[in-house]
Design a protein around this ligand. Structure first.
Ligand SMILES: Cc1cc2nc3c(=O)[nH]c(=O)nc-3n(C[C@H](O)[C@H](O)[C@H](O)COP(=O)(O)OP(=O)(O)OC[C@H]3O[C@@H](n4cnc5c(N)ncnc54)[C@H](O)[C@@H]3O)c2cc1C
Length: 258
């Protein structure tokens, strides 16, 4: 069951020209219990109706689950978008209504050997939330984790320093960056040119021990899904979350008496 929450903006900072990292405090003494990978809904008003937009929780949880009293989000602006206009006008101290938690884009209890966590844009935030759990699974299960991040250029590789730091700390944690619009001086296995799909094409998958998570741009998610399926990954082992807005609700036609 989702809880209704009041969130007060406590800080924000630019991650790049188009993306902002927000931190909200949950008011009224409430805390949110959630699983890494879940999302919240922020509520806005449009034509007198309450409408929502979904955002993955970026906060790094203690383990696979966590109880938090602040919520971190990464939001990319969409020109003229309802949430974009609303959120970009918020000042520290302002309050917004929300509900949470939602979603099943989460790690399962299955003991797997390899995790391929693929993202574009803010789609990488669920993997940030999963950090501690993934590190634990690497140590406990001797698992291997690949965070595969696609962006146009380096500025779009959100939280890259943190992911690279994780890769420094543990041999079996890999951060694979794929930039599609720039030439790199020294491309390498984990620092690549091209789309995430072109990295996936280089891999051999093991249907018994691998799982893939795809999050972000719907075209990337569809493309990568097709590619993984073709490469023999069983469909239940390909988890997907597409970042789209809900369809616009049709206004009820007014009854006109002639
Ligand atoms: C489960 C889930 C989790 C999500 N998590 C995040 C998250 O963590 N961070 C985040 O930034 N977003 C996330 N999204 C997307 C988010 O919910 C909104 O769709 C997004 O912020 C745009 O909302 P908006 O109200 O500003 O624009 P809207 O008013 O919805 O859109 C305005 C116009 O822009 C178009 N449009 C919408 N999105 C895009 C786009 N990406 N590129 C180009 N055109 C677009 C629409 O079709 C519309 O014509 C998530 C979506 C889902 C379903």
């Amino acid at each position: 069951m989702a809880d209704a929450l009041n969130l007060q903006l406590i800080s924000y900072k630019d991650l790049n020209d188009n993306t902002v990292h927000f931190e909200f405090k949950i008011l009224d003494g409430q805390k949110l219990e959630l699983v890494a990978g879940q999302f919240i809904r922020l509520l806005f008003e449009q034509d007198g109706q309450e409408v929502f937009r979904s955002y993955s929780v970026a906060s790094i949880l203690k383990s696979n689950t966590g109880t938090i009293d602040t919520i971190e989000l990464a939001v990319s602006w969409v020109k003229g978008g309802l949430a974009t206009v609303g959120l970009s006008a918020m000042k520290v101290g302002d309050v917004i209504k929300a509900s949470a938690p939602y979603g099943r884009f989460c790690l399962t209890d299955n003991k797997l050997k390899r995790y391929f966590l693929v993202a574009t844009g803010t789609g990488v935030t669920p993997y940030r939330a999963m950090t501690n759990e993934l590190m634990m699974r690497i140590k406990r299960d001797n698992a291997e984790v690949f965070v595969i991040m696609g962006a146009r250029d380096e500025s779009g590789l959100l939280y890259a320093n943190e992911f690279r730091q994780n890769a420094e700390e543990l041999d079996n944690y890999h951060y694979v960056s794929c930039v599609s619009r720039v030439k790199l001086d020294n491309p390498s296995e984990f620092n690549r040119e091209g789309h995430v799909q072109s990295y996936l094409e280089t891999l051999k998958f093991d249907a018994e021990n691998d799982v893939a998570y795809l999050c972000g741009n719907p075209a990337m998610v569809d493309d990568a899904f097709g590619l993984l399926k073709e490469a023999g990954m069983p469909v239940p082992q390909i988890r997907r979350e597409k970042y789209v807005s809900p369809p616009v609700r049709k206004k009820k036609a007014a009854f006109v008496i002639k």
